[in-house]
Design a protein around this ligand. Structure first.
Ligand code: AMP
Ligand code: DBH
Length: 586
């Protein structure tokens, strides 16, 4: 059970319990208690098809029946189960069913494809994989056929939908037989699930979160986002992502006894009518989606009058956009700067306007330890930009089964190296100033440069590749791949579209396909001979600034990118991406 998990040192665990942060709760018991307290209140609204409204009692009963059925199919405590579902009610039935038996959901996103899923399955030794039949025009059953062939431990594929193909129907799993005593209850200190890191390494890292630590972050988030039983949270981003799951997200809402409304598409045309119909009071968006909502409101779209709080996070929200939220949407903006590894910062609802619009908030907990340091791990004064290190009651002490990465990502005394560059204000608020990690933040969707470089290097014509961010008015950043071709290929270089097709063909989420490819003879080097990504970033930024004519700009011309389609982007909801917006019109 604890293999691969770096525990909190005993003295910290004692402290976090004594402070009342860790209260010995588990997800299974939390749902049971809510169902006992107000079983008749609606917990989950899924508007798809004819619509479903599950009360707390119903969700609790479904979780029990799912748990029993999963056990009958051989799933055991500690087993890993990759869950890749869009925003449908079954997501909660499955996840709470797994929580109850102490099996660990591994939270994949709908945008993930063959390469990512095979990695999650093989790295975790997953025994089961839960998918929809078809979503956003993509057939997950075919993906599962291929994944299964590569994943020896995978015994079971469960399909939410009518036609499971070669696999089993999720709807046939639940059963009434009670759980055997051998199951014993999961303990509060046990790992509850594995979350994904956006990462900066060749393959995504997995994040083990315990019941105790995650539930503390839910409780803290719910409190400072003002959630109570009357709150209605719209889950517009993909439900499995850490932000809509926990900040305060669907789980924070269930913790508070409120109602979760699942939004199948995050665009205003779907979300606004749903907000109006369901009386949604709070939701969370990545910046590109927030911009779409603001633009729609400005053009006169209506329906969002019940909205009280809009959380924006996942990537930096510009001050200019932040200042439009109140006037256009008539609600309070709450910036959130979080990470699946733990630490979550929020602006407070009663912070002064300037703090809300110019900072990314401050930590949930008085026991979140924040250090802002220089390149040699020496603390810098407030107001100076440095690397953000953190340690606290809901921040992991290590990635799952990754001793090598852990040595790089954590200090000897257990601080997580976030890779973010921040400045702390005199009021203790953090302002995100940049990033030291080798990652592109594509409107909240994280792309690890190394991962994409490795895929490019697999192309026979490619000698070397360096992936960097380029500025983009909507996504904040997009990806630009600089490529050095093999000498023998330079006479007849491959087309840009071919390289993109090649990367996509490697079985990657669409949002990871480079938006732009630039061929160069050599990379600029740093003083000690490493590729200077700083110079590459500067070069592409300059070329975008100075470019004129029809092909100017990152989104224009043949490089407009495969990701500009309606199915782009995991963080942007099951089907639509931040890309589903204005960029498509170009
Ligand atoms: P992950 O580790 O994949 O969960 O991604 C978390 C990362 O997203 C953080 O370390 C930041 O780099 C980025 N991030 C999240 N929220 C914000 C925000 N509000 N502003 C800037 N960057 C953010
Ligand atoms: O980007 C993130 O991972 C993120 C953003 C806001 C997050 O994990 C969170 C809040 O909890």
């Amino acid at each position: 059970m604890t293999a691969g998990f770096t525990p909190y040192p005993a003295e910290f665990a004692v402290r976090y319990r004594a402070a009342g942060h860790w209260r010995g709760e588990t997800f299974g018991r939390m749902l049971r208690e809510r169902a006992a307290g107000h079983g008749e209140r609606v917990a989950i609204v899924d508007p798809a098809g004819e619509g479903r409204r599950w009360t707390y009692a119903e969700l609790d009963r479904r979780a029990d029946r799912m748990a029993a059925g999963l056990v009958a199919r051989g799933i055991r405590r500690g087993d890993r189960v990759v869950v890749q579902l869009p925003n449908v009610a079954e997501f909660f039935e499955v996840v709470f069913g797994l929580f109850r038996i102490g099996a660990l959901p591994v939270f994949a996103l709908p945008a993930h494809r063959y390469t990512e899923i095979v990695h999650f399955c093989s790295f975790t030794g997953a025994v089961a994989y839960v998918i929809p039949d078809v979503d956003g025009g993509f057939d997950y059953r075919e993906l599962a056929d291929r994944v299964r062939a590569e994943s020896p431990a995978l015994r079971l594929v469960l399909v939410a939908g009518e036609d499971p193909g070669e696999h089993a129907r999720l709807a046939d799993v639940p059963c009434d037989s009670p759980l055997g005593g051998e199951f014993g209850e999961p303990q509060p200190g046990d790992v509850a699930f594995l979350q994904l890191s956006g990462g900066s390494t060749g393959v995504p890292k997995l994040i083990p979160r315990t019941h105790d630590d995650y539930i503390y972050s839910l409780r803290g988030s719910a409190e400072l986002c003002g959630l109570d039983q009357d709150s209605v949270y719209l889950c517009a981003l993909p439900a499995a992502h850490n932000f809509p799951l926990s900040s305060p997200g669907s789980l924070g809402t269930l913790y508070a006894g409120g109602r979760v409304v699942l939004c199948p598409q995050p665009g205003p045309e779907t979300a606004f009518p749903l907000i109006g119909r369901e009386g949604v009071t709070i939701t969370g968006l990545v910046p590109p989606l927030a911009l779409l909502w603001l633009d729609a409101a400005e053009r006169g779209a209506r329906g969002f009058a019940s909205l009280e709080v809009l959380l924006v996070g996942g990537a930096k929200f510009s001050e200019e956009a932040a200042r439009r939220v109140g006037p256009l949407l008539g609600c309070t903006l709450q910036q959130v700067f979080g990470m699946a590894e733990g630490l979550v910062n929020y602006t407070r609802l009663d912070d002064p306007e300037d703090v809300i619009t110019t900072t990314q908030g401050r930590p949930i907990s008085p026991d979140d330890e924040i250090r802002v340091v220089d390149d040699h791990d020496r603390d810098v004064p407030d107001g100076t930009t440095g690397h953000l290190l953190t340690r606290g009651p809901y921040t992991i002490r290590g990635y799952w089964n990754a001793p090598g990465h852990n040595a790089d990502s954590f200090t000897a005394d257990g601080f997580y190296r976030t890779g973010d560059l921040v400045r702390r204000t005199s009021t203790g608020h953090l302002v995100v100033e940049g990033r030291a990690k080798d990652q592109i933040n594509r409107g909240g969707e994280k792309v690890a440069a190394e991962e994409i470089e490795n895929h490019l290097l697999a192309h026979p014509a490619v000698h070397d590749a360096a992936v960097v961010s380029m500025p983009d008015p909507y996504l904040g950043e997009r990806t630009c791949a600089y490529v050095v071709l093999r000498r023998s290929e330079r006479e007849r270089p491959p087309k840009v579209v071919e390289l993109k097709r090649f990367v996509r063909g490697r079985g990657l989420a669409d949002y990871k396909v480079p938006d732009r490819v630039e061929f160069v003879d050599a990379f600029p080097a740093t003083g000690i001979g490493k590729v200077s990504k700083k110079d590459l970033r500067a070069a592409i930024a300059t070329s975008l600034r100075t470019a004129t004519g029809p092909n100017a700009g990152p989104n224009a011309g043949p490089n407009a990118g495969p990701n500009a389609g309606p199915n782009a982007g995991p963080n942007a909801g099951p089907n639509a991406g931040p890309n589903a917006g204005p960029n498509r019109k170009q």
